[in-house]
Design a protein around this ligand. Structure first.
Ligand code: TXA
Ligand code: MG
Length: 320
């Protein structure tokens, strides 16, 4: 059976599945999540494959408690106050990620920030505690469909693509968590959700900016990339490269182009798109760090996860 009642034994089994790199759907107090081990890039890539997401949006990392969260992100004073007030619960905090967090770059879409949530749902909590790894989880629906609030919804959408669906009955809120950016002194609401603006403002004792107020505000975060939803390489990006030009470094897919010795990152020597997705952001960062002016990218097929990989690369090529 794909849908199982979330008994203690089934939760333990599901935790093992997560640790083995497989996908597990589980209830939270907001909506059902499609979970994978956030430290395993290929497991995270399978989330995007299963959802049929044509883009790599950064994902929320789910943890059993604030102590686990402290290990992978740094908390500002305001972040601490919000965590204390709303965790466990339907609030997601965007924080600075610790350099050695162990979280796959695919989870954060290569950003230095990370979205973290400590759910209140007892089944989610038990699963996260048993898994012992951070769990990346978007809503457990096919991209473009509505978010699932029952195990049956998940089965209809993602049936063949998950190892197990833990059934915890209908979710309480049926609305996603509220996402706030607390990396700078001005708290910004990135996505409205189950916790209201008023509740957050009452805890902070100050207004929370909306995304659309940000442009006009004098207090907008100083680092322009701060609220960008994707890491953008500093280097220029040249797509569909069939040769390597002077001063270029190579982002290879499959057997690398000749002449790239040492100035090459290979997304997947065997042309495997899941592996390529898992490596994409980390590889871009490493190539960027060489200081090269241009990253030449070999052609990548437009099928399956290739669509999301190419979307990301096209935007990197077009940025600025
Ligand atoms: O209620 C929820 O939040 C559900 C349950 C399963 O936890 N999850 C969920 O995940 O709705 P998802 O992937 O559908 O939405 C994640 C949101 C997106 O709006 C994404 O842009 C934002 O969080 N996000 C994630 N990481 C971010 C980051 N580093 N910076 C800015 N926004 C981020
Ligand atoms: Mg969603």
């Amino acid at each position: 059976m794909l849908i199982v009642k979330a008994t203690e034994d089934q939760i333990k089994r599901a935790a093992q599945e997560l640790r083995a790199g497989r996908l597990v759907a589980f209830p939270t107090e907001t909506v059902y999540g499609l979970g994978a081990d956030a430290t395993n890039g290929q497991a995270v890539a399978r989330i995007f494959e299963a959802k049929g997401r044509p883009r790599f949006n950064p994902l929320i990392v789910h943890l059993p408690d604030g102590v686990a969260a402290e290990r992978i992100a740094s908390f500002t004073e305001k972040a601490n106050r919000l965590a204390e007030a709303f965790w466990p619960g339907p609030l997601t905090l965007v924080l600075s990620r610790r350099p050695k967090s162990g979280i796959s770059d695919l989870v954060t879409a290569g950003l230095d920030t990370i979205a973290i949530r400590v759910p209140r749902h007892p089944i989610a909590h038990a699963l996260l505690a048993a898994a012992g790894v951070p769990v990346a989880a978007p809503s457990a629906n096919v991209s473009g469909h509505v978010s699932p609030t029952t195990a049956q919804h998940v089965a209809e959408d993602l049936g063949g693509k998950v190892s197990v669906i833990l059934d915890g009955g209908p979710t309480d809120h049926g609305l996603e968590s509220t996402v706030v950016d607390v990396t700078s002194d001005r708290v910004v609401m990135l996505r409205p959700g189950a916790v209201t603006r008023e509740q957050i403002e009452a805890v902070l004792g100050e207004p929370v900016l909306r995304m659309d107020e940000l442009g006009a505000s004098k207090d907008r975060p100083r680092s322009p990339g701060q609220l960008a939803s994707h890491y953008a390489p500093r280097a220029k990006v040249r797509l569909n490269a069939t040769d390597l030009r002077p001063g270029e470094v190579l982002l290879a897919f499959g057997p690398p182009l000749p002449g790239s010795n040492g100035r090459c990152e290979n997304l997947s020597p065997t042309s495997d798109l899941v592996e390529a997705a898992a490596n994409l952001f980390a590889a871009l960062r490493r190539l960027d760090a060489t200081g090269a002016e241009t990253i030449a990218v070999m052609p990548i097929p437009e099928t399956g996860l290739g669509e999301a990989i190419n979307d990301r690369l096209r935007r990197a090529a077009a940025d600025r």
